[in-house]
Design a protein around this ligand. Structure first.
Ligand SMILES: Cc1cc2nc3c(=O)[nH]c(=O)nc-3n(C[C@H](O)[C@H](O)[C@H](O)COP(=O)(O)O)c2cc1C
Length: 143
């Protein structure tokens, strides 16, 4: 699972807890870990999850770009994936959670099976989002 600090880090913590509740072992990594692990980040895993915010008019965060560009070239067939995006619906409605959509396309290119549609969260996860994250996790573990 790849993530970033702030709203996104909090979302990744929630996801980690929900996966653990389902008895799934989680390796959670931040974008700072990405440089060391780019090529084999998802090699040993059955389920691949990306949590990302969106920056500057729909862009993937700068410290995530290298990882993102590599992802689509990987062979992740046989694995299940899900993407969660945190964005700002009010200030960035035209590019709301675009980075999450970019990762979604990368996973499709990599041949990964979609376990759930892209889940978009307006900034910080609220109680309703936490329910949606729970459903997201069950959908991925049952895919
Ligand atoms: C300079 C800047 C540009 C942003 N651009 C977008 C954007 O294009 N689309 C979007 O949905 N959110 C955008 N956001 C909102 C962030 O993605 C959102 O606040 C997110 O929750 C930040 O997550 P973080 O706390 O993990 O960094 C932008 C925020 C900033 C500060």
């Amino acid at each position: 699972m790849r993530c970033h600090d702030g709203d996104t880090e909090k979302i990744s913590e929630i996801l980690e807890g929900k996966f653990q509740n389902q008895g799934v072992e989680v390796i959670r990594m931040g974008t700072d870990d990405a440089e060391d692990a780019d090529e084999e980040a998802f090699t040993g895993t059955d389920i691949c999850v990306i949590a990302t915010y969106t920056y500057n008019n729909g862009e993937v965060p700068a410290n995530f770009v290298y990882f993102e560009e590599n992802l689509r070239k990987q062979n992740l067939k046989g694995k299940v994936y899900g993407v969660v995006g945190s964005g700002d619906k009010g200030y960035h409605s035209d590019t709301y959670c675009f980075a999450a959509e970019t990762f979604n396309e990368d996973f499709q290119q990599a041949g990964t099976k979609k376990g759930h549609d892209v889940l978009k969260i307006d900034n910080k996860a609220d109680e309703k989002d936490k329910e949606a994250l729970k459903e997201f996790v069950s959908s991925l573990t049952n895919a």
